[in-house]
Design a protein around this ligand. Sequence first.
Ligand SMILES: [Zn+2]
Length: 378
Amino acid sequence: MERILFLGLCAFSSFASLACDFSTVKFEHDFAAARLDECKQLNDSTYQLTLIPENTPINDSPWYAFKVVADKPADIKVVMKVEDGTHRYPPKISQDGHNWQLQKYRLRKNKMSFHLKVNEKPTWISAQEILTNEQYYHWGKHLAQQQHISQEVLGESTQKRPIYKIETKGESKDWLVILGRQHPPEITGALAIFPFTETLLSDSKLAQKFRKQFNVLVIPNLNPDGVQLGNWRHNANGIDLNRSWKNFDQIESKIVDDYLTSLVNNKQKMRMAVDFHSTKKDIFYTMPSDYGMQQPYLVETWLNSLDKAYPDFKVIQQPGNNPGKGVFKQYFTDKYKAHAITYEMGDNTDRRFIHTLAVSAANTLMTTLLESDPVTGK
Ligand SMILES: [Zn+2]
């Protein structure tokens, strides 16, 4: 048996990087959100892929996304290693880059391996479903076909990619702020932000009534560079954006802070923010009710009513206060004395349930906010 045959040519996380080309099998990573750092052929049918973070130290969220193409039908084995970390995401497989299934795999000593039947048609492998900047743009454009909704560029990222805001503004001065994708691989949070936003912006009686009393600002994709590059966590400067809401030395958080400041300077009022993420389990990180927000029990009331709607599902509320860390939730509450939560969906939570829960979460939030009274604090 032949030993190490070739070391594939892989440039560091660049969109225009070369494919990991071997004699009969190619690992392509020249598309949006693709990521593959090093490839090596170990024998006739086994390929070793190494995942390398954009920089360190970093949260352990190795992202990968690539296509496999073969000259002729072949059975291959893929072994995936992680440099400076451990695997977080079980592999997903797709034939079109849109419809995904879990791929069977083995995990031993932090090496993840799986077998693939490949041929001349690309087989997609990815850490989670792929959601590109372009998909966000088209989603926002579709929403903005409704008269009361706009999608506009809020500003540009470090690498000059547009960061969009979707907005609906009525007569009211009160704002609900929705934020997403600070961390590129956190796809389940993204899968929640779509139905959550669509419910707030829908034509339901509740949503129409809500939008008379609340304006909605949605910034669904704050880190388009990280998304494009397939980063594990950071923006193009190697910074965790959810630690940058303190010094505002990253353009991505600065443009949001500038915009919220300009609204408040125009006598607008920040009432609540929801920031979507993913982690190991479904959990809602809240601010402690005794922290000094104007309506101390608003979020607790909301999440309790969401919990009641799902007898088989526990809505976990985890109050926390992390001053000085530069987390969005903390920044929003400290600056505007209003509630903010981090809405975390589990990496492996059932995708249909993510959708169902997000719709209920949006409906219960609207009801809670409409029933609340900022003057009496109830
Ligand atoms: Zn996150």
